[in-house]
Design a protein around this ligand. Sequence first.
Ligand code: NAP
Ligand code: HSE
Length: 435
Amino acid sequence: MLRLGLAGFGTVGSGLAKILHENRDIILARTGRDIRIKTILVRDLTKKRAVDTAPEVQFTTNPDDLVNDPDIDVVVELMGGVDTARTLITKALNAGKHVVTANKHLLALHGPELSTLAAQKNLGLYYEASVAGGIPIVQTLRESLGANRIERLVGIMNGTANYILSEMTTNHLDFATALKQAQDLGYAEADPTFDIEGLDTAHKLVVLTRLAYGKDFPLDKVPVRGITQVTQLDIEFAREFGYRIKLLAQVREVDGKIEASVEPTLVKYTYLLARVGGNFNAVRVEGNAVGPIMLHGQGAGDTPTGSAVVADIMALCRVLATPGAQFDNTGFRASNPENKPLPQAEILPADESVAMHYFRFTVADRPGVMAAIAKAMAEHGISIAQAVQKGDESGADVPIVFLTHKAKAKAVAETIREIDATSFAVRPTVHFPIL
Ligand code: NAP
Ligand code: HSE
């Protein structure tokens, strides 16, 4: 028997309980352990729950009922938030309990500290569900691609944002309606700002960067832009050029320096990443031995995420079944016998990042404007690949869209600053990188 203390019984907690109940036989066959929930921590004891629990399961509002119970082997943290979750996990590890969590926000901020504590106690700290819901990307980076240097990782890692962009692109839904639907389906964070402003994706990118490179890339150093500035107009222009707009997380190693970003990005419609729809996520990893691989699956929701949580509990059971085994929660424990926090990554300055770009200028429709923009771009070394201007007889303000060849982020920023200061610029310029 393995007894769980479950903190949180919302979307993911319910998914976990459902899987443990419905797939009990297969889980038992694979682990040899009967995994049971003993106690569930919630805020509101009177709330009606989405899933029934066995009569012996106790509900509580006191976190100490999980931490101080000697019968509980594993604390499964599915509450979200940072401070309460951090305190609970710290207390659980100090009490000798293994921890499974889906909390990427907490891990992005305090992962190294919690991993260090877990390693000092030789306890499991598992977090497969924290990135890309049901997709096994944590296990893949830590174990399956362990023989590779990771050259690049590109991912769609927020189900809510991808659902909104997909609905805006395919069904021409407006932003607010699509967001409401994603919330009703249980994909969104308690505060959906994290989803739509790219912060949740950044949390996940920080977690994956540690697994890929064994280095810590501080969250506040990740350049982040969300999807609130993506309009129907940009989606249509991108489509005209043969692209879809996706919220992409990217990290790569350039001459020993690590470059990371989260931004709406144009992706050629023929690429697999462009075809990832709804709440699905996808992560493409380029390893120097394996080449490119891609994982695709549901990145949010009750049982997809619950599947990853149960997989972690089962992985924990396998280590527990091996006497004397050590838990390697970071994938780099062997090179860190003193259990120090991961070293900081050397960061490539965002200004030096190089990519092709999409620009949409909104300008007065008068002679010389197109030429002036092209001149400014040329002066900053930006070479135009394609262009379109959609004026009409009215002579009203007009969008001009350019797709460029590769250019440095610094040149892009300076060009936009210069154009936006001219008398012909009517609205701030919109720009996105192109994958
Ligand atoms: P949720 O539906 O809002 O459920 C949160 C649960 O935690 C609720 O049962 C709530 O109790 C309980 N809770 C919250 N704060 C608490 C506190 N201070 N003390 C005691 N109980 C507390 O959240 P969720 O969507 O399941 O997400 C849980 C975690 O999984 C988050 O870290 C989230 O980022 C992560 N995650 C979610 C998804 C997804 O698809 N939803 C996917 C991957 C990862 P009450 O029910 O009484 O209010
Ligand atoms: N809110 C997150 C998303 C949940 O939409 O992807 C999964 O981490």
